[in-house]
Design a protein. Sequence first.
Length: 191
Amino acid sequence: MEPINGWNGLEEAGSFEKIELGGHICVIVGARTEVSKSGNKMLVIAYDFAPEDKQQGYYDAMLAVDRKKDPNAKWRGTYYQGYGTEQSNPYFKAFINRILESNPGYIWSWDEGSLKGKKFCGVFGREEYLNDKGESKFATKCMYVRAISEIDNVTIPEDKLLKKTSVPSGRFTPQQAYASHLDIRDDDLPF
């Protein structure tokens, strides 16, 4: 094995405590409007865990580590809220009302920049995805926004699983192979 160049000055990889599932007090660090790939309007909220949260500054610390490896690293704590359609507008109104309830005196003026510094209760759960090797993994994400006053009463959302589909016999990709697995609960196992 050949020595690695710069070994003595190399910083070892750190590890991050996993985000606890359930309610967190979040603070908005930025907001902007975008159009999704499908052409729908959405509000993109960048948030972090507030100073009074049990995991304060989580995404800020993660960005600092990410930027040591890649100066163009992006902020990871984001929440997307659609608006502008008959379907999305009721959810957008619910989102804004939870922000209003969590920030007494704040008035929504249709300026997304005014959301910076506002707090909310983010409800975190797990979402399944397939990595580039076709392996099933879980990401912890903000699934819902609630008023901060509800933080003690939130329940951890059920895992959001990928849809399982059947695959014809023959050769198939790892993603297809995973998708063909049956949904077996622990109590269905023969041991």
